[in-house]
Write a protein of this length. Structure first.
Length: 164
């Protein structure tokens, strides 16, 4: 069976982004870096692709030419692709939130953060499904209204609202 690896397109920041991401997530590493040769399309010796793992999940990043009409925009946050991260604890979520939003990232509503490269991440605490999809519709809707007011999700607060 074929394997599927997320492939992120950059215009000059692939290695920097891979280093940033692997510094944030545990059990992560850069596994390979290739460079453009004389044939181009970028100057010989510049980084072409970076293969890396985030907690064991393989990724690839490319420094593609920005003048290629087939190249996607660098603005990853416009619904092209985003990564969902299920956090085991609130402390883990808080740490990832701080690191991903640092250095020019921006926070967005409902657990979303765009990092300094514009790539969107949805950081979700374990237990969110329990309060949003619980058996009691009224309580779940209270939790949903509270979540819609949050930027970074706070599972303890959502549970408090659900149980109120």
């Amino acid at each position: 069976m074929a394997s599927i690896t997320p492939f992120l397109w950059f215009t000059g920041q692939a290695e920097e982004a891979a280093e940033f991401y692997t510094s944030i997530f545990k059990n992560s590493k850069i596994t390979d870096v290739t460079h453009y040769g004389e044939a181009g399309p970028a100057p010989a010796g510049t980084v072409m692709t970076v293969e890396f793992e985030l907690d064991g999940q393989p990724f690839m990043a490319i420094n593609g030419p920005s003048d290629n009409p087939a190249s996607p925009s660098d603005d990853f946050s416009q619904g092209k692709i985003a990564l969902f991260v299920s956090c085991e604890t609130q402390a883990e979520l808080d740490e990832l939130w701080d690191k991903l939003s640092a250095g020019g990232g921006r926070t967005l509503p409902c657990g979303w953060v765009a990092d300094r490269y514009g790539f969107a991440w949805n950081l979700v605490p374990q237990g969110l499904r329990d309060v949003l999809g619980g058996d009691d519709e009224e309580r779940s809707q209270r939790a949903m209204r509270a979540m819609l007011q949050m930027s970074k999700l706070d599972i303890d607060e959502l549970r408090r609202v659900y149980n109120a």
